[in-house]
Structures are given as structure tokens and as C-alpha cells.
Design a protein around this ligand. Sequence first.
Ligand code: XMP
Length: 511
Amino acid sequence: MAEKILVLDFGGQYNQLIARRVREQRVYAEIIRYDRITPGEIRAAGYRGIIFTGGPNSVYEEESPHYSPEILQLGIPVLGICYGCQLMAWMEEGEIRSAGEVSEYGKVLLHTENSGIFRGLKTDSICWMSHTDYISRTPESFRVIGTTEHCPCAAMADEKRRLYGVQFHPEVTHTELGKEIIRRFLYEICGCTGEWTMASFARTTVEKYRKELAGKKVLCALSGGVDSSVAAVLMHQAIGDDLICVFVDHGLLRKHEAENVEKTFRGHYKMNLICVDAKQRFLKALENVTEPERKRKIIGEEFIRVFEEEGRKIGKVHALVQGTIYPDVIESGLGDAATIKSHHNVGGLPDVIDFDEIIEPLRNLFKDEVRAVGEELGIPHEMVWRQPFPGPGLAVRILGGITEEKIRLTQDADAIFREEAAKAGLEKEISQYFAVLTDTRTVGVMGDARTYGYTVALRAVTTDDFMTADWARIPFEVLEKVSSRITNEVKNVSRVVYDITSKPPATVEWE
Ligand code: XMP
């Protein structure tokens, strides 16, 4: 990677967002914690520029992260954001004080000069602030280039050394000039040319693995989810039939999903794909199990067992492919234990399958970039834009015991809901939506006859991170259509209800 930017992580909450904003400008950015890289390593890595992220409230707090001022002498441009800006001032012996009563939070009017990094931009604009301290005296070599009512140094520059600091958050969309400031820093100050595109990523990744893995057997567990699908297609382009994909159909997928995996990967991409039909086996293991956590555990264990058996048949392989992505890899926030999920993702596989290496072709990509690569590689739209789907599948959407009939009912009701939501153009607005088969039967009437069927619950949420979620305000006409179709077309369902609970207090899934 010729052009890359270092996002030096001081623990602020917007670190990933900063890296994404840089990459949106077609420049590769990587996030590294401040205590995991030395100035010498930064110099050796050849970064075009460095961005200091936000961090704690004050550079004066006991635990506050500091960094050697040497970093400002490397000749590499730096953009300090929020805490990063104050840290820069602190390194250069400026003065930082508590803003007390006049700390700013939210949208604030910013006044900038019409020169340097702000040349040609409007001089009064809105910026997003969130700070309790402020720079009360700018370091000697810097000059103030932006102010707000309560911030005498909202932006500063040492143009000779190409050092810039902004107290506000340019990465947040509320900052009117944010995108332009980041763009100017990357292109005009750091001299980047914008070579990071998903097409170039796909090309170089394929070339790299084609060379590295020539003639070696590689195994990939394909789930049908976005990450493993994109990883598999990339690796297939690199090594063709030396890639063996294994897809386990536990029978708890959505309607037609297993067929689609076969159709896409074996039919369209002509991959070396082993589909294991384990439906009956999972049904048997789940017989009469009603407790949600036990269902999850049984499915997890059974899955590993199926994989073990396939692994034994395949024998030794050189490597395993995993769909780990960047948010799984970055350690964000200070003092947190490393949240590296890679080995968890493999589950129990390494114990039985003999391999030398784990390959993670997507480990530097954000989710939206993985999707863009998927589109680049021609993976079908519905796979690339697939909603999150829990590993235990429909088992946690069928309350109580699981039977073949209940799986079919759930799949049919869910397919109707998805079809109508897509027709109404709601797919991109709603983060996740699905049908749940409750364990409650209620009385209904059909023609002259009394019925006693299941109750289907529809669940639809909007969310950014799935940690909290709001129930989606789906138009009544769409709900009406879905309800009427489900009760008419799916036998044994006599009632449809809509879940209007947010998370918290409810979770997204019902089990
Ligand atoms: P909850 O129900 O916890 O769901 O609000 C949040 C997100 O996580 C998904 N989810 C799971 N994913 N295995 C998974 O791989 C699971 O056991 C599981 N449970 C919930 C859920 O679909 C939602 O996107």
C-alpha cells in the first residue's frame, strides 16, 4: 500500500468513523493505539499523514494518554482532532484550561479565516463540538485559524511543518466543512492521490494470494453471510479449485437460502463446494428442546461435529479462510482487553483440521467496504446486502420446541414479510426484519369454521449498531398486506401481531 494514513488512537469514540471518512476519500487508513507504535515505527512505515483522534476529557487527567512530541518532528503532516488537537498544543507547550461553564457540546458556529486549509470555503459554518477543556494559549509556532464563541482556538496551524489541529469533529456529518477539511488534509497537505478503491483492493488481494498460495489447498467454511461469501469468492479468484468450501445446511436457514448458496457458489462461480445436508441431524438434536440457551449450545456443538467429520474426509489443508473484518480486529478504547475475535470465529475447527495458517483476506475492511468488494466481484445483490442473521438461525425465532412444520411455517411467513417489505422499498430503511413463530395458539375463524392456529409476530428494527434499536414505523398498509397474506397463504397461522418494543428493554431476537 503506497498511500496510507495513520489514525493514532487515543481512545475517543469516533476513531473508526475517522478511518472510514479517510477511506471514503479513497485513501487507506489504519487505526493503531497510541501505545502500540513508536515514532521510529511510524517513520519506517511510510505514512503519508497522521490523524490524532479524540480521547479523554483532559490532557491533565492521571490516566490520560500522551505521546512523544518527537512525532511532530518527523516531517509527516498531522491533523489533531479534539483531544488530539489539545494534545498537540500540550506537546508544543501551549496552554490548556478547563472551559468550565462554557464547555461546548453539539452544533456551534465556527468562524474560520479565508486562507490555507480553509481557503475559498465559507468563513461562518456549523461545526460539531464536544469538549470540556480548551486551548487557552496556542503554541508559539502555531497560529489560530478558526474560533467559536467560547473557543479562542477552535482551529490552529503550523503551516511550515504541516501540522493542523481542530477542536471540533470534522468526521461527524453535522460539521458542515468536515468532509472538505479531511479531503484537503489528505490531498493538499499529505499529497495523497486516492488510490484506495475496492476494485484495486480486489485486484491486489487476488494477485497476492495467487502468488503466495500456488498449488496449496485451502479450506473455507461458507455460511452464506456477507463476509464469508466475499472472502470465498476472492480466494476462489486467486486459487480456483484449490479452494474447498464447506457449507453446512442445518435446516434453520431462511426460505431458499441453502439453494441460493449452492446456486451461486457451485452453479455460478463453479466453486469446489461441499454442501452438507445436516437437516435431520440438527432436528434430532433439537427434539423437545425449548430453552433458548440450550438451543444455541446444541447448534454450536453440532455444527463443530459436522465440520469435524468433513474435515477428516478432506485431510490436511494448508490454510483456513476466515471472514474476519476490521471492526473485529481493531482494539478500540483505552484499557480494554484486546477484542480480537478471529479465533472465536473458527470455533472448534483447528482442533480437528490440520492446517498451518489462517487467512483473513478481509481483515482490513469495514463492513461497507466488504459489501463494495462483493458488488465488485458480482456476488448477487441479496447476498451482498443480506441482513444480519443469527448463527443459530430460525431456532431462536421459533419459540419453544422445533419441528419441521414449525420451521416451514416460519420460513413461509418470513418470506412473505421480506417480499412485501422489498416491494414497499423498505429494505434499506429497516436494519433487520423477520417473522417469529410464537408458541401461542389462538382461536380464529375461517369461512364458517373455527380455527386454532399459531400466532406469528413480525419484528422490524432500525439501528446503527444493534446494541440499541428502535421498532420500525412500517406503514400500516404494508403491515395489513403482510398480515392478510400470511393468514391466507400460510396454513395453521390464525393471527399476526407486530412487535412495538425497542431495545432496551427488549432484544432484537425473541430468544
Ligand atoms: P439481540 O437479540 O441480542 O440481537 O438484540 C442483536 C443482533 O445480534 C444477532 N444475534 C445473534 N447472532 N448468534 C449470532 O450470530 C446469536 O446467537 C445471536 N443472537 C442474536 C441478532 O440477529 C441481531 O442482529
